[in-house]
Design a protein around this ligand. Structure first.
Ligand code: SF4
Ligand code: SF4
Length: 336
């Protein structure tokens, strides 16, 4: 929730936004308008990347205010029936069924069907897994200017994971982890288990099997998901994984706090702008000397991989890189 008491109207949030070109004065005007309860051009220019929450130096959470106003004014021009039909595709109508898991459980979210390769092999052997719509976190709706949908389902998402009885829940999707460590607590929802991000799990797995690692010797541009704005602290685990498996995360303009959206949100909001955004991102990756793009979010991989491949850039989910380094998948990096 936006905290007006923390906002000094400095404008830094929108000055740093990578999708508008505002000076401090214009940015301060826009935030003032939003605080006053009025609409402002930023609402329709915003591609819902969550970044300004991370940019704000005082923790005021300006993106939370943007989301609220976008929904209030219908700024993203997504017709309400379309939001409702999207919501209906994720609502589970059956009783949740879960494996009993005293200690740890893996949540595959809705990706076990769309990206089954991520869950094969030795990495998750023996881990009880939950998957499907009962375990969808609805952060997607924050990208669609409908945060009330996310809020409406947040408690159910937490409850369904809690039914497992596990002390730790490993989240494959960055969005789900962000929901548990940021969005749900902001909504006043208690999370009765310890959320573990997939990168923390992978880092610890590599540490426990360090003797099996064969360094890959690859230079990648890392595609930081928008949801990482909700949990920037786990960035250290991403760096640790890449370092352990011999993969260089190239230094480039659009990484870490300055990362660009994969264009997935833009494809829904302003489809005509999506190819140019991908080109801006991939130009930067190539100029920095990357041979491949490394993804954390399966949706980012789906959105960007075709354009990347057309430029001769390989595409790897971070789980794939770990599996290759452990000899659990053929090392495709050597065939380039
Ligand atoms: S939300 Fe944060 S960055 Fe934006 S104007 Fe307020 S204090 Fe500055
Ligand atoms: S959420 Fe992203 S696109 Fe929207 S105003 Fe904030 S930084 Fe800009």
């Amino acid at each position: 929730m936006f905290d007006e008491s923390r906002c000094d109207r400095c404008g830094d949030c929108f000055v740093r936004c990578l999708y508008v070109d505002y000076d401090k004065e214009r940015a301060a005007f826009e935030i003032e308008e939003l605080i006053a309860g009025r609409g402002a051009p930023i609402l329709s220019a915003c591609i819902t990347c969550f970044a300004c929450n991370e940019y704000c130096p005082t923790g005021a959470r300006p993106f939370d205010l943007i989301m609220e106003r976008q929904e209030q004014f219908g700024s993203l021009k997504i017709p309400p029936p379309m939001i409702a039909s999207q919501e209906a595709t994720f609502v589970a109508t059956t009783e949740v069924k879960v494996p009993e898991a005293k200690e740890r459980v893996l949540s595959a979210c809705v990706f076990s069907r769309s990206d089954p390769d991520l869950f094969e092999g030795r990495l998750f052997e023996g881990l009880p897994t939950v998957k499907g719509r009962h375990f969808f976190c609805y952060i997607l709706f924050d990208h669609l200017g409908a945060p009330s949908v996310t809020a409406r389902h947040a408690q159910g998402f937490v409850d369904n994971l809690a039914v497992t009885g596990a002390q730790e829940v490993i989240l494959t999707h960055d969005d789900c982890y962000g929901m548990l460590v940021d969005r749900a607590p902001q909504l006043g929802i208690e999370v009765p288990f310890h959320p573990v991000h997939i990168v923390e799990y992978l880092r610890d797995y590599l540490d426990a099997h360090s003797g099996d690692i064969r360094p890959l010797g690859l230079r990648v541009a890392y595609q930081r998901p928008c949801a990482s704005r909700l949990s920037p602290a786990k960035e250290e685990a991403v760096d640790a994984i890449l370092e352990r498996i011999g993969v260089e995360r190239v230094k480039r303009q659009y990484d870490r706090e300055n990362a660009l959206c994969c264009s997935g949100a833009l494809t829904a909001l302003q489809p005509e702008g999506a190819p140019a955004l991908r080109a801006r991102n991939l130009d930067d990756a190539q100029q920095a000397g990357a041979e491949a793009i490394c993804y954390l979010c399966p949706m980012c991989r789906t959105t960007m991989s075709q354009d990347a491949q057309a430029r001769g850039l390989a595409n790897y989910h971070i789980i794939e890189l770990v599996r290759m380094a452990l000899g659990d998948l053929p090392n495709r990096t050597q065939t380039k």
